[in-house]
Design a protein around this ligand. Structure first.
Ligand SMILES: Cc1cc2nc3c(=O)[nH]c(=O)nc-3n(C[C@H](O)[C@H](O)[C@H](O)COP(=O)(O)OP(=O)(O)OC[C@H]3O[C@@H](n4cnc5c(N)ncnc54)[C@H](O)[C@@H]3O)c2cc1C
Length: 384
């Protein structure tokens, strides 16, 4: 066991930080802070991500993937602006969901554009009545001869309003227990009609969350991916890897709040001395640093476990829950340490709190993550 990055990892992490500081943050700063980035801006961002070689990090190398380990991918992701990292997570995970089981000719037509980020792709699974119970989808896939039609609606879909293609989970019928049989379908927005409505987010306001309506949307039969019933399996494979990565994104935000609060208490004088010299303030700083450090190590450990090929559902769920919980607590304390400044817009801490808070929902809410972890501990699933 060793806790230092090796020289390759240090260079990778530093390069990702430079990409973020010198290129991506200035793009975000140039755009309105309170509304979703345009597709044009997202294409510019994906151009930079492609140059860095991370637009399809999880794609196997034989299909043109980067060959990064999950641990190394985590070291990159934790340096990116979280709103960009979340978009990339959706794109990269959706590319994996596409690649596993796509018809060869369809794969040949799309994979290179997904791999390079020239075409942005997302995953549409959640529905008004299928959130945590993600398999209970009712969006239907109907086959009529050599034509296929999708009818239904999806909610809270990352990237939907700026993507070129979607991997949509559809029900092809019911199994013997009356549960939907989910299957993946590629929908190319340049060829098929869908309705899109952006949903305003409380945090990560430059990001994209969308409602998607399919009203007998026609898709080629060749765009049906994999076999009936296997959509859930590929959702889970990608979620297991996403969770610690999302944890690292939340901790990136928490670290910024911690740095802001530390600077403030070092400078702010009360009762004739800097706040930082007071015992209770130092205890808060110690708690914050411990919360960030311990959760970050748990996320990195979960990613290393994924790299080892061992089962990682429990640790991956634990890592995201711990990291997003700790991130929100750290920002809350940072706001308090900054007093009045902490609750005004001046330091931006309230926005950081809202940004980090968003991460407690996608790819498993806190409650569901606890139950996934609990299932690994006890061998019993408690959600049904
Ligand atoms: C920023 C963001 C990005 C997203 N991106 C995508 C995307 O790209 N694609 C996509 O398909 N979806 C996406 N989603 C949707 C996301 O997956 C769902 O919001 C999530 O699964 C929770 O579903 P829900 O909102 O319906 O909450 P619900 O399932 O209604 O849960 C509400 C609360 O009840 C609790 N709960 C539920 N069941 C149980 C139980 N059995 N026991 C105890 N507590 C329980 C939950 O923990 C939660 O706190 C995104 C959501 C957000 C916020």
């Amino acid at each position: 066991m060793q806790f230092e990055l090796n020289s390759d990892q240090r260079m990778l992490s530093e390069a990702a930080k430079r990409l973020s500081d010198e290129t991506l943050v200035p793009i975000l700063a140039r755009e309105p802070a309170d509304r979703p980035l345009s597709k044009l801006v997202m294409q510019e961002i994906y151009g930079h991500l492609e140059e860095f070689g991370i637009t399809a990090s999880r794609l196997p190398e034989e299909f043109g993937g980067s060959g990064l380990s999950m641990l190394d991918y985590g070291l990159v992701m934790e340096q990116l602006p979280p709103v960009i990292a979340l978009s990339l997570l959706s794109h990269d995970g959706s590319t994996v969901r596409f690649n596993a089981g796509a018809d060869e000719s369809v794969r040949d037509s799309y994979l290179d554009d997904f791999r390079s980020g020239r075409k942005i792709v997302c995953t549409a699974n959640s529905e008004p009545n299928a959130g945590s119970d993600s398999n209970t989808i009712s969006t239907k896939l109907e086959l009529e001869g050599d034509r296929a039609f999708i009818t239904g609606s999806k909610m809270w879909i990352t990237n939907a309003s700026i993507c070129d293609c979607m991997i949509v989970s559809c029900s092809t019928g019911k199994d013997e227990r009356g549960r939907p049989i989910p299957q993946r379908v590629l929908v190319d927005l340049s060829k098929s009609e869908v309705g899109l409505r952006e949903t305003a987010l409380a945090g990560l306001k430059q990001g994209h969350l969308c409602e998607v309506i399919f009203d007998r949307t026609e898709v080629p039969v060749s765009h049906i991916i994999g076999s009936p019933g296997d959509a859930g399996k590929y959702m889970t494979i990608v979620w297991n890897a996403n969770r610690p990565l999302i944890g690292l994104m939340a901790l990136n935000i928490a670290r910024r709040a911690y740095d802001t609060a530390l600077q403030h208490v070092l400078e702010r004088q009360q009762f004739g001395a800097p706040l930082a010299s007071r015992q209770l303030v130092q205890q808060d700083l110690s708690d914050m640093d411990a919360a960030i450090t311990s959760a970050r190590l748990t996320c990195l450990m979960a990613l290393a476990k994924l790299d080892s090929g061992a089962r990682s559902n429990g640790i991956s769920a634990m890592a995201k829950r711990l990291a997003t919980e700790n991130a929100v607590k750290v920002i809350h304390t940072a706001m308090q340490l900054c007093g009045g400044m902490g609750v005004t817009e001046e330091l931006g801490l309230a926005q950081l709190w809202a940004d980090a808070r968003v991460f407690q929902v996608p790819d498993g809410t806190q409650g569901i993550l606890a139950l996934i972890h609990g299932r690994d501990i006890t061998g019993t699933a408690a959600w049904r």
